[in-house]
Design a binder for this molecule. Sequence first.
Ligand code: PLP
Length: 287
Amino acid sequence: MSRIAYVNGRFVPKSQAVVHIEDRGYQLADAVYEVWALFDGKLADPEGHFARLERSLSELRIDMPMSRAALTAVLRETVRRNRIREGLVYLQVSRGVARRDHAFPTDPVPPAVIVTVSRVDRAATEARAAAGVAVITTPENRWGRCDIKTVGLLPNALAKQKAREAGAVEAWFVDELGLVTEGASSNAWILDAEGTLRTRDTQANILRGVTRLSLIDVAREAGLKVDERPFTPQEAAQAKEAFITGAGTLVLPVVKVDGHPVGDGRVGPVATKLRRLYIERARATAI
Ligand code: PLP
């Protein structure tokens, strides 16, 4: 159980951690967030997540609430106070608190910042990865700036609920051309029939997943061919393997798409190896 949250400059018991009702994140989803995997108390893929945070904020014209160094110290201190070694660190930065109005506050307000930490049971997640998971597909219905990591996640939440009700763990959005964009909270990959790893290019309206980017490196270093090219759900069902990536899921094998088995319906060797290599690298480079 996570017990301490950081809220606007203070460390408070989570049960007393509250934000103002006129926080623009709460009222207008005018906020961005980041999630780091935590390995042995350290932040994984730090550079990628900080760079994306800065970009998300800059696209929305919200100031970085503090320097990277200060923010790193806040994240670490929240981790330390919660005594969590393996887990996830969540950061949210909103435009701040102001009388409700769609346009930005005319008098500048400071961004509002919260940080929470949650524990992950690595043994349980390893068991889930070894068994593989099912995904469903759902029509893409999100806004045109999914490259910005905003808290406006209602379509993602609805898609995830649809997946859960279908006995799956993730929903892949499919665009009007019939191509998979990404998952509700992960990027989507296949190992196609030719043995090439494929994941959607970032020119498309998707989140530039930090795990995705690291894994492209890891896969190439391991001698695999990676092609940033979209695929259809049919191609996924005919693929040798499939998996999803994200700070929460790391590299998670997918064995079923819309009820159709992927490959022989079992977790394949490539996804298994990539998961191991990614985790090794993320642990070694965490700060
Ligand atoms: N795509 C979406 C929509 C996400 O919400 C996430 C993670 O939360 C990802 C992809 C994976 O991104 P990352 O690897 O940076 O966690």
